[in-house]
Design a protein around this ligand. Structure first.
Ligand code: ZN
Length: 303
């Protein structure tokens, strides 16, 4: 009996194998931690997202704290494989769960938590929604998660220094969420974009649902001519790749929907747009049709 019980326990543990974060070195002391590009699940703790890590002489800056308490712990444990330095600053680049629901874990370690004022508002408004949704998706891996809002905010621009590293934080307007920011590290020519850039996986137009504002934010970010992009999802890349995966897809949707509206077309036609040029992005089967409908809805309203 005892052997059967041990065997069953082993099987249970096997099914709970943790989805490790992929560590990508960008330059000296700058890393991207890349989670799965699939849906949030118990084994990825909701971290189906990419996070930036900057190691300074006075500690670590982590960009986006993960989707849950255990997700934050996973990020921390992964950072500890790179450095012994403590986590000093968390930046939340947006209002989506994986950008901030790990804040509580890191504030307990004494970290400062920074976001745009619009993101802090968004955190407050959608905290319960995120917890409910995550409960269904990551189940027991949500254990211990308490919403903890940013403690320092700014409206449009903030300069931030830790040790030998200077950062510039910019809110250029709504993109994926209403308060999205980008983080520019001039010395490494690296841009941490949060959900302003989706690589490898097809973006979702919501929750901000303002596609032109998203393109504008992307283009303002691109003016810095970053050599490295640490995106909100997928692998770190150059600007050309980010443009192809995000900006060109958004522009494609606007162009196609404009044509449909010019010809008095309807939402059914929008949902049937041929998006096969973007089928290299994972998840397109689930979201491509919805994206077209959302853009149609928004553009029809403005038309
Ligand atoms: Zn996201």
């Amino acid at each position: 009996m005892k052997q059967i019980a041990i065997f069953l326990m082993l099987i249970a543990n096997m099914t709970m194998v943790q989805a490790a974060l992929n560590v990508q070195k960008i330059t000296d002391n700058v890393y991207a931690l890349e989670g799965e590009t699939t849906q949030r699940s118990p084994s990825n703790f909701g971290n189906n997202s990419t996070h930036g890590v900057i190691i300074t002489k006075e500690g670590v800056i982590l960009i986006d704290s993960g989707a849950s308490y255990l997700g934050a712990k996973e990020l921390h444990e992964t950072i500890q494989t790179i450095t012994d330095q403590p986590i000093k600053i968390i930046i939340n680049t947006g209002g989506q769960d994986h950008r901030w629901l790990g804040n509580d874990y890191f504030q307990q370690l004494g970290a400062r938590i920074i976001a745009s004022s619009k993101t802090k508002q968004d955190q407050k408004i959608r905290a319960d929604y995120h917890l409910n949704r995550l409960g269904g998706l990551i189940k027991e891996s949500l254990e211990g998660t308490e919403p903890f809002f940013a403690t320092e905010t700014f409206d449009e621009k903030m300069n931030l220094t830790l040790g030998d590293v200077n950062l510039e934080l910019y809110h250029f307007g709504a993109a994926h969420t209403v308060g999205d920011i980008v983080v520019w590290m001039p010395s490494a020519k690296t841009m941490f974009t949060g959900d302003v850039v989706f690589n490898d996986r097809m973006l979702g137009i919501g929750p901000a649902k303002n596609v032109q504002s998203w393109i504008d934010a992307f283009e303002k970010m691109a003016e810095f001519k970053p050599e490295h992009i640490v995106p909100g999802h997928g692998k770190a890349s150059d600007l050309a790749t980010a443009t192809k995966n995000t900006q060109q897809y958004l522009q494609f949707l606007i162009d196609k929907i404009s044509k449909i509206l010019d010809n008095d077309g309807d939402m059914l036609q929008a949902s049937k747009i041929d998006q096969s040029n973007f089928h290299f992005l994972t998840g397109h089967k689930d979201i491509a049709g919805k994206n077209a409908q959302w853009v149609f809805e928004q553009m029809e309203f403005d038309y």
